[in-house]
Design a protein around this ligand. Structure first.
Ligand SMILES: [Zn+2]
Ligand SMILES: [Zn+2]
Length: 143
């Protein structure tokens, strides 16, 4: 489903996906869906805490889970963290093991599922590249 036309209108986006536009859902939708972003539940909680001091971490988590169930977010497990991805197109990721930055990459290489997955119900495929991002590579020591 192409969700781009109502990107700027969280209320319409939520309603189009069968969700009631509660203030919490609108806030989370506005934060995550205005751009492709990878956020842990804690990231979202911290980002919204100023405007919604009464929103608990549990409410944030449930809101993210509802948006995931509605197909607006994808949940991933990267480097021991649960991360919600607002880019729901198939894509690969690179994760910096120093700063934790996660970058979207176009899907590279073979996308056919291996024969070993014959009895699986495959829902997606994403490759994870790990290493150090350019900001975390130590400059060589000066002589
Ligand atoms: Zn880094
Ligand atoms: Zn992503």
């Amino acid at each position: 489903m192409d969700i781009a036309p109502c990107f700027d209108d969280p209320h319409a986006l939520l309603r189009a996906h069968g969700l009631r536009a509660t203030p919490q859902r609108v806030a989370v939708t506005r934060l995550l869906l205005k751009q492709a972003i990878h956020a842990t539940p804690r990231d979202v909680y911290v980002a919204l805490n100023t405007d919604f001091p009464s929103m608990s971490q549990n409410t944030v988590y449930l809101t993210l889970a509802h948006l995931e169930q509605a197909g607006l977010l994808r949940r991933m497990y990267i480097a021991g963290r649960t991360v919600f991805d607002s880019n729901i197109q198939m894509h690969d990721h690179a994760c910096c093991h120093h700063c934790g930055r996660i970058v979207d990459l176009p899907q590279a290489g073979q996308t056919d599922s291996p024969g070993e997955l014959g009895k699986w119900q495959v829902e997606g495929q994403s490759r994870l590249w790990t290493g150090l991002c350019p900001d975390c590579i130590q400059p060589p020591a000066l002589p």
